[in-house]
Design a binder for this molecule. Structure first.
Ligand code: GLY
Length: 575
């Protein structure tokens, strides 16, 4: 726990800058703000790409179930959302089937076999800047292809060739670039220049793509065809594996044939909780998301939040104090539970939440005076994108997938046409040194061969009377958890429709730095004054917190409501 005090002031300010700059990417993605969700009777897909949502809903219309549609959407996103959609990254899928089954599929990236704890440190033990963030050494063994194919085989109804074909067509024939994607390419053009294979894909022989250009990805189309024809072996073996290993060798990366062959998705029991009678079904470790969300809801259930008023200083104070305790626990206890004994039961117990609740009084407690819980006495651990799917039979799928930063490691595999992740930055490089999201950690999330790095991704399904009520998730690194929390609270405590719940401005606190980050409009002047008087430091302005994609189902009227976050340019597509 001493790591909390090891954070240098410079690191603290760097974290604020990084958190702010990461959000600028999304602040350019603004579009008009619908206040009403899209309504449908039969099925719904909501993703950060209009084209990918349409691909998913077409699969539903053709008789596919929510898993078929989710996998089709996932592959389409690898083509139409280059900064985050992927086959070179990883993700989590939370599934609720109409027979009552709740399950999750973990296809998080793994550390290569030759990875080691100090791999990002110099001889003096200092973190080498950007080594875990860019280039071949930042890449974890990708899991997306194996995970999506596992989900489709076990829970889907359609063959792979059917659900992957739209993605192949989009990559081969191209699609018309929208303004935000073209701007995203331009923003990173100098970074891409360092990597010829990437520069080749995301520029026209060095000339930036413009909005309205048709963007074709022939190498990616061929890779997708190999996956279509050979399944996971089309990616983890043969030509694509050769190209990945070649790229690694040329750039001093660590991933070998053995790493690729060893990759396995894992089906895990979801982490579940209960909030005012609603069942919360979310992602267990190696995500911190489900545990943190349930711990937060357990603490907050002890307050009468709806009586305090949305956005009031008291409401924000309670949210923020709860967030501090939960992120302190995340820092110390959360990691890959296959490698570290994460105290899941203790962290999500109502009894533990009650203890934290009792510590939350009227005053703002500085983060330095808050530490992770002591479980000895309890004992008997940007950029990303989310999509939500619901089908006519009541099956629900909630998927968050990631390359980590925008465009991941920035390395496209030459000849294979896809970007590799930079997920290794989600490990702890050195205790007390924050990662790109300002998150810290210790032993629980240290680097070990084949270990999965801790994630904040929180794909979640909320059940009401055992049926899906809300399907939601978000990108945003450390801010994913607090985004999902606030969408759920907006729906349950403040009766907002799903679009309003998602559009409403959000706040975020992650224990360290001891700062409330808030979007414009989240706090009015009076609230800001009161919170400042209470001792809070507030950073407000050109930042966005998360980009949620959600579905709400009214089981009485049988209407399905879809809402894509107006912070982005995605869409809800229903029928
Ligand atoms: N790479 C962001 C996360 O998994 O939390």
């Amino acid at each position: 726990m001493s790591i909390i005090f090891a954070v240098k002031k410079s690191a603290f300010y760097k974290t604020i800058l990084i958190l702010t700059s990461l959000t600028l990417f999304f602040s350019q993605l603004k579009c008009t703000a619908p206040v009403k969700p899209v309504e449908a009777k039969n099925g719904m897909v909501v993703s950060a790409s209009t084209i990918a949502s349409e691909v998913g809903v077409k699969i539903l219309k053709e008789g596919g179930n929510a898993v078929d549609a989710a996998v089709a959407t996932g592959f389409a996103l690898a083509v139409t959302l280059p900064y985050a959609g992927n086959i070179g990254g990883g993700g989590f899928m939370v599934i609720h089937l109409s027979d009552g089954t709740n399950t999750t599929i973990d296809y998080r990236e793994k550390a290569p076999l030759s990875a080691f704890r100090e791999m990002y440190l110099d001889e003096e033990g200092n973190v080498i800047p950007r080594l875990s963030l860019e280039g071949a050494l930042s890449v974890g063994v990708p899991g997306s292809v194996a995970g999506m194919i596992y989900a489709l085989k076990k829970y889907g109804t359609m063959p792979l060739e059917k659900v992957i074909q739209p993605a192949i067509d989009l990559a081969e024939k191209g699609w018309v670039l929208d303004e935000s994607t073209a701007n995203g390419f331009k923003k990173f053009v100098d970074v891409f220049k360092k990597y010829p294979s990437t520069y080749k894909v995301f520029t026209k022989n060095g000339i930036p793509y413009e909005e309205g250009d048709v963007f074709k990805q022939p190498d990616l189309a061929h890779t997708l065809e190999l996956i279509r024809d050979k399944g996971a072996d089309g990616f983890y073996k043969g030509k694509v594996a050769d190209l990945i290993v070649k790229q690694m060798k040329e750039m001093n990366g660590l991933i070998t044939y053995e790493d690729l062959e060893n990759y396995n998705p894992v089906e895990r029991n979801p982490v579940t909780g209960n909030y005012r009678g609603y069942e919360i079904v979310s992602m267990p470790p190696p995500s911190s998301g489900g545990i943190a969300l349930i711990e937060l809801l357990n603490i907050l259930e002890n307050f009468n939040l709806n009586e305090e008023g949305w956005g009031s200083s008291l409401y924000i104070h309670r949210l923020v104090e709860a967030m501090k305790y939960v992120y302190a626990d995340r820092t110390v206890y959360l990691g890959d539970a296959d490698f570290y004994p994460v105290p899941v039961k203790e962290l999500i117990s109502k009894e533990y939440a009650k203890e934290i609740f009792k510590k939350i009084g009227d005053a703002a407690v500085p983060s330095t005076q808050i530490s992770a819980g002591n479980f000895n006495k309890h004992y008997e651990s940007p950029q990303t994108t989310h999509y939500s799917v619901y089908d006519a039979n009541g099956n629900a799928v909630s998927v968050t997938t990631t390359l980590n930063s925008e465009f991941g490691s920035k390395v496209v595999v030459e000849g294979a046409g896809f970007l590799l992740n930079n997920e290794m930055n989600d490990f702890v490089e050195k205790p007390g040194v924050p990662n790109q999201f300002g998150l810290m950690g210790g032993e629980a999330n240290s680097i070990e061969p084949e270990k999965r790095m801790l994630s904040s991704m929180t794909p979640t399904i909320v059940l009401k009377e055992d049926k899906p009520y809300i399907i939601v998730g978000s990108p945003g690194g450390s801010r994913i958890i607090t985004t999902v929390l606030q969408v759920i609270l907006n729906c349950i405590e403040f009766n907002m429709n799903i679009q309003k719940a998602i559009n409403s401005p959000r706040i975020h606190h992650q224990w360290m730095p001891d700062t409330i980050f808030c979007e414009t409009g989240a706090l009015d002047d009076d609230t800001k004054d009161k919170l400042t008087e209470m001792g809070y430091s507030i950073v407000e302005g050109e930042i966005t917190i998360g980009m949620a994609e959600g579905i709400m189902i009214d089981n009485k009227s049988k209407i399905i409501y879809g809402a894509s976050d107006t912070r982005g340019t995605g869409a809800a597509a229903g029928y």
